[in-house]
Design a protein around this ligand. Structure first.
Ligand SMILES: O=C(O)CCC(=O)C(=O)O
Ligand SMILES: [Fe+2]
Length: 205
């Protein structure tokens, strides 16, 4: 869990994060069920991999200080999230998150005080490519600092994930069954890359 390395101060920090993570699991599971249903798949096809005891919610707290030269420095370089789903919250200011669409970087609309849901590589594989993990980055801003908290939801690393197909004879196999541990190892070994590449590891050739 790594919680032993979390700071003791401020006093309520750990507890607040733990509570946030606990509540987020319900949101993640509901989302996974709803997404499956929206594709006319059985409700459990995605959520079944997320064992309630040892599925992972990894927390990343991002701080972007104001930057005098946004043209020279990115907040986070382009990437996809390796997770199944990511839940993002930003604080105080808005702006910075961009997604690559038709080879152009576009700002992600993010109304204040809303949770942003991002699809990661693992869910792209699990959904046999129906859902796509977007290539995204964060740019810096001259006059604003920004915080965000990202929660990454993953099945236990021992899990083998198998793409869900509506009808195995009708639907082409885009992705193959992969051991999550192998996928993540590959992802972190080759990252950062200049374009979306890690997921090729799980593609049917
Ligand atoms: O700060 C953000 O808005 C996005 C952060 C992000 O993409 C990440 O932590 O993977
Ligand atoms: Fe990300």
């Amino acid at each position: 869990m790594g919680l032993h390395v979390w700071p003791q101060k401020p006093n309520n920090f750990r507890q607040a994060i733990e509570q946030y993570v606990k509540e987020s699991r319900k949101v993640f599971n509901d989302l996974l069920e709803a997404l499956a249903e929206s594709f006319s798949l059985e409700r459990h096809v995605f959520v079944q991999y997320f064992h309630h005891k040892d599925s992972e919610v990894n927390v990343r707290v991002n701080y972007y200080p104001p930057c005098p030269r946004p043209d020279l420095a990115l907040g986070i370089t382009p990437h996809t999230d390796a997770s199944a789903l990511t839940l993002l919250m930003e604080f105080d200011t808005t702006g910075g998150l961009q997604v690559l669409r038709d080879r152009k970087w576009v700002a992600v609309p993010w109304p204040r005080d809303t949770l942003l849901v991002n699809v990661g590589d693992i869910l792209e594989i699990m959904s046999n490519g129906r859902l796509k993990s977007p290539w995204h980055r964060v740019v810096t801003q001259i006059d604003a600092e920004r915080f965000s908290i990202a929660l990454f939801y993953n099945p236990p690393s021992r899990t083998e994930i198998e793409p869900a197909r509506i009808n195995a004879t009708m639907e082409r196999e885009v992705y193959k069954k992969v051991a999550l541990r192998d996928y993540l190892q590959h992802f972190y070994k080759i990252s950062p890359t200049s374009e979306k590449q890690a997921i090729d590891f799980a593609k049917v050739q």
